[in-house]
Design a protein around this ligand. Sequence first.
Ligand code: ATP
Length: 297
Amino acid sequence: MQAVEMRARAKINIALDVLGRRPDGYHDLKTIMQSISLYDTLIIKRGDQPVELTCDLKSLPVDDTNLVYKAVLLFKELFSLSAPISVSLIKRIPVAAGLAGGSSDCAAALLGLRKLFGGPGLPELMELGRRLGADVPFCMTGGTMLAEGIGEKLTPLPPHPPVLILVAKPPFDVKTREVFAALDLNALRPQERPDINGAIRGLRQGDLRGITRSWGNVLETVTVQKYPVISEIKDIMVESGALGALMSGSGPAVAGYFTDRRTALAAMKALRAAFPEMREVFLTTPVRNTNGVKEVL
Ligand code: ATP
């Protein structure tokens, strides 16, 4: 086998609660993560240099700060792999958006290397991924999961019912660490917390309204306050006919739920008219798994 093409899916958080701050500086979370159809592509093959990463998005560094590069280095080191590796990354998932693009690329790199060169079973590979980021283990399996701890304790949930998810990312980046640092847990009001059991019930019953009635993201209290445009995006989606709209992760990407394509496309148009500078708007669907090997080349 000479090369693999991988799909690295984005995720949204259907519900995100922060339970407490840990002594190590991380936070204990309780969140429902959902893979969506938006994806980056990675082509992994034997190269000419020890590690070589190229990316179509020129603003993204391709050095050892890139999570794909880190994944290749770690895999090579742990499994004493001497083969030169080349990865070509095609970015579609907005960067620093709350959509776990970097984590998903990292997961896809590890899975792709295992496909090419062999390696550990999935649990061990997930543990390895966890060293590179809390969301990486989820991105390896994807689908619909309850994530606890710092995001690494995963419990599969019933698959998401069919829906159209409009994802809109305003043209600024948000740093996850800064959002968590600014979160005031004591100031959170009960209505700002998601009803996670209610959302799980909605998933189990295939009840979209049950999901959107119960969902919530406590990080909105930080990011929306700093960037009120997120609230405007949510409002436009709902006024255009969304069942609901919610910020994903630490933001600023917003996900709106629609039951029919025409309404979703009208919302897309309304968003483009209101925010001509907002280029990253995608119509997506939930997917049941992620980071699949798309093709063995
Ligand atoms: P999360 O939802 O897990 O918090 P995010 O969507 O907010 O993630 P990413 O797109 O993963 O954020 O990017 C966060 C940071 O990671 C960026 O500042 C970026 O420079 C860096 N990064 C490293 N590797 C990658 C990659 N392959 N793709 C995107 N960002 C990367």
